[in-house]
Design a protein around this ligand. Structure first.
Ligand code: ADP
Length: 620
């Protein structure tokens, strides 16, 4: 949801936000602003040297200086200006490269934090909300760049203002001696007019804020526009949905939510009012500047006419004054913008600063070559964050060493949830899960997870090489990787690949990458699980994307693949579970039946019998 940005926050809070902002930038690159400052100083110096040159030439002509002297000074000065500008732009390019690095590191901080946080948190409504907010706060991708740009403009303004005061001061001193009362009178008048016009400017600025899209309370705008913006900036959404939109002709429906809101009458009216206010705000600002400038001209011209100052002095004074005025107005706007941008970093800081909520035990997991690890679920209750329904309730189960257990059950009966709890992606709400009699929360999480090889239903393969994916590392044992790929049924495909194990998966990282089919990807995921050689192998519908022959191969290889390891095999195809000695039947978050295929089938009132008969037509 769009946040109301006109909400008041205290000056102290603004200052705190700005401090935090610079703290992050400083942590990434403590020299960036020092380097960019060199450019600002050089640029301001070049501008003032040019101004000085004009005044020198003007006074030189009036004093009838020789052409030679004038042209010599001009050429030398221009050469100096050129040199300074050259240094400025070189340093600026260097600073830009560093800014780009700041941007990249800052943005990847967010992603790295998400990868690093508890899985249960990533899914939580709180983190989802924060991520949405970050997307909007980081200007859909500009991120830290905007406040860095603003800071640079402020630094430039500071140098500029400083230089203008230094240059104009001696002239002001002379002028103020010429006619104190007229100077004082003009000064007071200028200030009065400036105050009035600036009040008007602020009035229009406030109106602008009310009309401008982002500043408006979401109630005033159709909520659809929010979706429209998500749509426009979230390209992935479009890519992911193109197939369905085409098949179901959902184009008109989508248009209703994306383009039409921008053409609504209310939206246009607000826009028009916003544009008017913006124009008035700018006009009032210019008017204030104009009045101040005119006053200054008047005073200095009077002084020049009375012969107190030279024409060259007038040029320097007027030039400095203009720079001073633009500097001051600019810096005021920029400071407001900076406060606004610094506020937008709060969501990122909040995310990066999130503390893991899961208890992190320190107990090492005993390394056993005999794989004697026993798991027990004891009266476990669990519901997902933000959900009211229990996904598992009063759930008890033992996994005996070396056992091959099949799990069947309808969609939503809690099979995957059980796997997620077992790997400690989530913690139980009530009850406990024990490893060799010890609550799994007490173990070091990384060590504990080393015990599991899992092929998730929605497994993830990275766009790196086949080898790196199977080994889940930069390096791996080629022979072993090939063996695992063979066991997973991908040998023939591997032999056909020009780059063999070094083939990139997909084209997102490397142009020469190969697009694998859904089934082939699943085989890669299975190979990765075999390669890990963990004592527990958990396969959650590992054959969903496989054709019947590949599926058959996996089953017949299953024993060879998992050997003496403890294995859980989830499938909704009951026929594929028969090779497991024991079958657990899940229903609504509980185990309702347990036994061999024959035993379960004998219970004609049981869930297994019902499921079996529902699928029987496919087996005959
Ligand atoms: P199965 O694997 O047996 O199909 P799941 O374990 O995935 O079932 O789901 C069990 C229940 O938990 C379902 O009611 C499902 O809607 C719910 N559920 C699953 N994942 C989430 C989640 N991330 N957030 C909220 N509810 C979820």
């Amino acid at each position: 949801m769009m946040e109301k940005l006109t909400e008041k926050i205290s000056l102290r809070q603004h200052i705190k936000n700005i401090k935090n902002l610079y703290k992050i930038i400083n942590e990434i690159d403590k020299n960036y602003f020092k380097i960019s400052m060199i450019t600002h100083i050089a640029n301001v110096a070049a501008a003032y040297i040019a101004l000085w040159l004009s005044s020198y030439v003007l006074d030189g002509l009036a004093q009838k200086k020789g052409a030679r002297e004038l042209s010599e000074v001009t050429v030398i000065t221009l050469a100096i200006i050129f040199l300074i500008r050259f240094v400025a732009s070189t340093v600026w390019n260097y600073a830009e490269a560093r800014r780009d690095r700041i941007y990249n590191i800052y943005s990847s901080n967010i992603e790295m934090k998400i990868l690093d946080m508890d899985y249960s948190e990533i899914d939580s409504p709180k983190v989802k909300g924060l991520r949405d907010k970050i997307d909007k706060d980081t200007n859909w991708g500009w991120g830290i760049n905007t406040p860095v740009f603003i800071t640079n403009s402020i630094l430039f303004d500071i140098v500029n203002i400083f230089a203008s005061i230094v240059l104009a001061y001696p002239i002001v001193k002379i002028v103020s001696h010429t006619g104190r009362y007229s100077v004082l009178f003009s000064f007071v008048m200028i200030i009065l007019i400036a105050i009035v016009t600036d009040k008007l400017r602020l009035h229009y600025n406030k109106m602008l804020k009310e009309y401008q899209f982002f500043e408006v309370d979401e109630k005033d705008r159709e909520e659809m526009v929010n979706f429209a913006y998500d749509f426009i900036y979230g390209r992935e959404y479009t890519y992911a949905n193109t197939k369905d939109i085409k098949i179901y002709n959902g184009y008109d429906l989508l248009k209703r939510y994306t383009i039409e809101p921008f053409f609504s009458k209310k939206h246009r009216e607000l826009d028009n009012k916003g544009v008017f206010s913006m124009g008035m705000e700018a006009a009032m600002g210019d008017f204030t500047m104009g009045v101040v400038e005119a006053g200054a001209y008047l005073v200095v011209i009077l002084a020049a006419l009375s012969g107190k100052i030279s024409a060259g002095n007038v040029v320097v004074f007027v030039g400095s004054l203009q720079k001073l005025l633009t500097g001051v107005t600019h810096i005021c706007t920029a400071l407001v913008a900076l406060a606004f941008e610094a506020k937008k970093q709060i969501s990122t800081l909040e995310l990066i600063g999130l503390k893991d909520e899961m208890y992190k035990g320190k107990l090492p997991v005993e390394k056993r070559s005999d794989n004697e690890y026993k798991i027990e679920f004891k009266n476990v209750y669990f519901k997902y964050p933000g959900s009211d329904e229990y996904a598992l309730k009063n759930f008890s189960m033992e996994l005996n060493i070396g056992e091959k257990l099949a799990i069947v059950g309808m969609n939503g009966s809690g099979k995957t949830t059980m796997i997620k709890l077992l790997c400690r992606l989530y913690d139980v709400e009530k009850g406990e899960i024990l490893l060799n009699g010890v609550d799994i929360r007490k173990f070091d999480q990384r060590e504990y997870r080393r015990l599991f090889s899992v092929v998730f239903q929605d497994f993830n393969i990275l766009p790196f090489t086949l080898k790196q994916n199977v080994a889940a590392d930069m390096e791996g044992d080629n022979e072993k990787i090939e063996d695992c790929l063979e066991k997973a049924g991908l040998k023939t495909r591997l032999d056909k690949l020009d780059n063999g194990l070094d083939t990139y998966i997909g084209k997102s990282y490397d142009e020469s990458g190969v697009e694998f089919s859904g089934g082939e990807m699943q085989k890669i995921a299975i190979a990765r699980a075999i390669y890990k050689e963990a004592p527990f192998v958990l396969l959650d519908e590992p054959t969903a994307a496989l054709d019947p022959i590949a599926e058959y191969e996996i089953y017949s290889n299953f024993d060879r693949m998992v050997k003496d390891k403890t294995a859980i095999y989830i499938s909704h195809r009951l026929s594929s579970c028969r090779f497991c000695k024991n079958i657990a039947v899940f229903d609504e978050g509980e185990i309702v039946q347990f036994g061999t295929h024959e035993e379960l089938l004998n219970d004609t009132d049981g869930k297994y019998y019902e499921l079996w008969n529902a699928q029987a037509q496919y087996y005959i």
